[in-house]
Design a binder for this molecule. Structure first.
Ligand code: PDD
Length: 287
């Protein structure tokens, strides 16, 4: 079935959607994005994603293409038209398409931002077999730029990281800088020791995950201790459990780090419970 996508005010079949070759995201990686998950045909934590989008735009001095209320309407319309029950909505805003290539930002008065949204149907996203098995990660050096808190479309190194993981027979990679884990290629990274969850503190070094914020809140409500600090691969390898979070994986148990098994190689009870709580609470608050 041909998807209906959204481009600059129009709902179009995906085959008819077009963006200029001079678009700043195509030439310069000058764009930001959000991925919002859909469960039961409803959006999970739209407010969080809208807020982070606004922050990304502000940090890059990029004009917003429309109001956040209008964005919500476009998300809902696409979910409805494409009959998405479980899956994601991808949104991208770029600095637009000037009439030539130039490093200097175009005048926002004459060049309007490009806005693109499309849906991805993922039946069984919540009841994922991977969540029952857990995933294996390897560690790689973090060589990304210094503003990882801005959700830009510059995803070449994360893509390379996923390929390195695949080549090594693993599912994903955790990135390490100055000896400490920053985050996963497209997710935040955690380990659990006893009743304590450890994850890197928020800074420009990592993306401020929307799922991270919710999961840490639920963990504290469930009387778990949360410590936001630097940690090494070796410390995570000695943990009871480990997991990642993102809008597309929710809470996903990690059962192996650089070839070292955790919890006998099967997902532990705490990560599984956090996933359950996250899914239950998110479904209740979905819009
Ligand atoms: N990735 N860290 C990085 C580098 C990410 O790319 C993501 C999200 C996260 C988790 O953020 P959130 O919980 O808000 O999804 C952390 C999305 C899902 C992606 O690129 O597809």
């Amino acid at each position: 079935m041909t998807r209906t996508v959204y481009v600059n005010g129009d709902y179009l079949p995906e085959t008819e959607a077009k963006v200029s070759i001079f678009d700043r995201a195509f030439l310069m990686g000058d764009g930001v994005y959000e991925v919002t998950s859909v469960l039961g045909g409803k959006l999970i934590d739209f407010a969080g994603h809208a807020k982070r989008l606004q922050r990304s735009l502000d940090e890059l001095d990029m004009p917003a293409p429309c109001t956040m209320d209008e964005l919500l309407e476009i998300h809902r319309e696409l979910v409805k038209i494409n009959e998405i029950d479980e899956g994601m909505v991808y949104l991208q805003v770029t600095r637009g398409a000037p009439d030539d290539r130039d490093f200097v930002f175009p005048d926002p008065e004459t060049v309007k931002p490009t806005l693109v949204l499309f849906t991805q149907s993922k039946p069984g996203l919540a009841d994922s077999p991977a969540a029952k098995k857990g995933i294996k990660v390897i560690s790689i050096e973090d060589v990304r730029w210094g503003r990882r808190d801005i959700k830009t479309v510059q995803l070449l190194y994360p893509s390379m990281g996923k390929m390195m993981a695949k080549k090594a027979g693993a599912d994903d990679a955790w990135m390490v800088e100055d000896g400490f884990v920053t985050e996963g290629t497209s997710n935040n990274a955690y380990f659990i020791k006893g009743n304590k969850i450890v994850t890197r503190a928020l800074s420009n070094d990592i993306l401020h995950g929307i799922t991270r914020a919710a999961v840490l809140r639920f963990a504290r409500e469930a009387q778990m201790e949360v410590e936001e600090r630097n940690f090494t691969i070796e410390e995570a390898q000695q943990a009871d459990e480990a997991f990642i979070t993102s809008a597309s994986t929710f809470v996903m148990p990690v059962v192996e780090i650089d070839g070292v098994s955790l919890g006998g190689g099967t997902p532990g009870p705490r990560a599984a419970r956090l996933r359950e709580i996250y899914l239950d609470e998110s479904r209740k608050a979905a819009i």
